[in-house]
Design a protein around this ligand. Sequence first.
Ligand code: ATP
Ligand code: MG
Length: 288
Amino acid sequence: MILEIKNLTKKYNKQKTGLSNFSMTMEKGVLGLLGPNGAGKSTLMKIISTISKPTHGTIFLNGEDIVKNPDTIRKILGYLPQDFGVYPNLNAYEFLEYIAAMKGVGGSGLRKRIDMLLDGVNLTAAAKQPIGSYSGGMKQRIGIAQTLLNDPKILIFDEPTVGLDPEERVRFRQLISEMASDAIIILSSHIVSDIESIADEVAIMKTGTLIGKAIPSEIIKRIENKVFETVISNADLPAFKAKHLVIDTSRQGDKTQLRYISGFQEIEAGARNVPAGLEDAYLFLTQN
Ligand SMILES: Nc1ncnc2c1ncn2[C@@H]1O[C@H](COP(=O)(O)OP(=O)(O)OP(=O)(O)O)[C@@H](O)[C@H]1O
Ligand SMILES: [Mg+2]
């Protein structure tokens, strides 16, 4: 399996550009998309899922143009949109049967598959209740279950962990790692630690472009030896912020403890070098 995204541009209108000459190639495994609001993550995921067409550019799946021939990918695709709407009057069984029918999935194994998926997202006990009575996290989980109905080879999850509690996050991670060995999985999140624990590779987006794609440790290398912690007086904070990229602050009386990234050779008096993390690298790459 190889997914080649070539020079995608999406212009929504004269002012709004969702993607700008975006290119990326991936093979099987889990790719985490990170980027600030409006970076183009959902736009990219909608185009791969053939929900939306690019203004320019194309996507090849195993050499086949899926912008021209969307049916090639639809059969093997599972997609969780960011704003996943549900049918409030259906219960989980009825909903999954309905989605299965739309996807053309049927046969004698369907009921078993639905039971297995409901168990996978921990909704067996609530399966006969109408979805309208579900909590936000439960709705998100039924959304995750519907992506897996057709045994997909390409999975696109737009912010799948939103609303999930820590236990359900772990469960989601396990579900994904079970699928990951022979599928292409792309997921977006704002939570860097979620991406770090699930993804094999990370792609960082900003203003419709790709600013880096690599395994987390490679991305972190870009700011190696540049992350520091120190304590300064509150009065010095504005001048400090003008000079360095401040990542985190915590106030302690008339002093502020802070974590920052410095591009300068010279180290501030009293500062100590600390190990860099993916979150530091993400902020460095997207805020500069
Ligand atoms: N239907 C639309 N009409 C007009 N502009 C749009 C539309 N959808 C997205 N955009 C614009 O395209 C850009 C990228 O949006 P997109 O939703 O892809 O970003 P995102 O990375 O998913 O952001 P978020 O983290 O908030 O979900 C933004 O400037 C957005 O305003
Ligand atoms: Mg989005």
